[in-house]
Design a protein around this ligand. Sequence first.
Ligand code: SAH
Length: 492
Amino acid sequence: MPGIEKNKNYTLEITGMTHEGQGVGRIEGLAVFIDGALEGEQVEARIIKLNKTYAVGKLIAVLRPSPGRVEPFCSAYRRCGGCNLQHMDYTAQLAFKTKLVRDNLERIGGLKDVIVHETIGMKQPMNYRNKAQYPVAEVNGSVITGFYAARSHDVIDSEDCGIQDTESDKVRKIVRQFIVEKGIPVYNEATGKGLLRHIVTRVGFNTGEVMVVLVINGNKLPASDELVRRLLESGKTMEDTVTSTEAAMESSGTAAAGTARVGKAGEGLEAYGIKSFYLNINTESTNVILGRKNILLYGSKTITDMIGGYRFLISPHSFFQVNPVQTEVLYSKALEYAALTGTETVFDLYCGIGTISLFLSAKAGKVYGVEVVEEAISDARMNAELNGITNVEFVLGEAEKAVPELYRKGVRAEIVVLDPPRKGCEESLLLMLAEMRPKRIVYVSCNPATLARDLKYLEAQGFKVAEVQPVDMFPWTAHVECVTMLQRASNP
Ligand code: SAH
């Protein structure tokens, strides 16, 4: 590699972005990946890793900034592993996500003429997460609670996280104050000693109900009654929440103000309060946050939240979408693409706790939800019952096994909804769908690369991709979610 040396600084033009949000430029033809650089910029970077096929650069200076560059709103941004696009204006983030989806469909899927709509963003892309898991650590004698640094287990202190719900941050601060006052020992990953490991919070955006789970390396938390009392006293109104958000929105260059919750999901909500307080026992040396055993110390076993008018029960272990405002947008799009008339049999594959199944139930004849995690299936059944829905049936098993079984029993779906994990669908499942020949497939995906691969396969099996709608579920990160509608093309 003539001319390029490690630890030397270079000036280069950023000509593209990776799917993870890194800027890409070239030095003497070699691709250089740089965190924090944006397409269209000229930057100075130090080469910190050099390979035959690529190099990694550390951003030293932005010599000619992109018009989409903004000052990150979070003081921990450079170190925290949570967000990685805070240096990009929100409108530019949405454009980046749309382009990412188009590029993947074209490059991996060979799909050139597909309609990919502009990414639907949030009106107020702040404080959108309803679930927080704060690690607790002691650094130089002080207790810190915050987030893991990128690619490590070093805990970074964070005063106010701009993407977490403000109630979560409030709880975090009360717990920290409490353990400092009481001298409660903090867990140390290296030695396995100490008590408090994580502070986990779940917030019902539409109900105001808050669940607090303290993960401990032991069976008891000293003076827990007092902590519960302090937390209960803290719950209430949310005037204080808007102010910090407004400041963040201004510094990020985004005009709107207010939290996601105040703006949409929580319209008219007066109060927030602790409804459930748990200790979770985790004495293992593991990266898994929650242990298996929960001890309820105050309030109800579950909290409730609502999406699209349906109620869902949330317990410490249950899965629930973390951005409820955009989840509603995503599922409404899935419902629109399903174009149900009231009589159809629908398969909701990879159904989780049945959120999409319930969403579709009102307009379908019958919905079958299929999911591999047993607890999720029992939550799904409970949620159906809670909402008085009787035309859904939940099947425990892998989609690629359960669907052929349903098919053998003579069950045929006219509409199929797919919402697989990042790795996408098994080919055998897609082949089975081709044999079953549903009228439409609605594919919800959190990974444009595997989406493109699966769409290519489905097109070869007689389906036609009609349109794709990206939705921004995770502002300030490079993640993008898509809903795609496919129609059966051939009529043999
Ligand atoms: N549709 C749900 C969850 C989507 S996440 C929602 O919107 O909330 C993907 C789900 O697929 C997870 O719940 C995971 O447990 C499940 N899963 C993973 N592999 C699976 C498989 N082979 N068959 C069925 N479900 C699977």
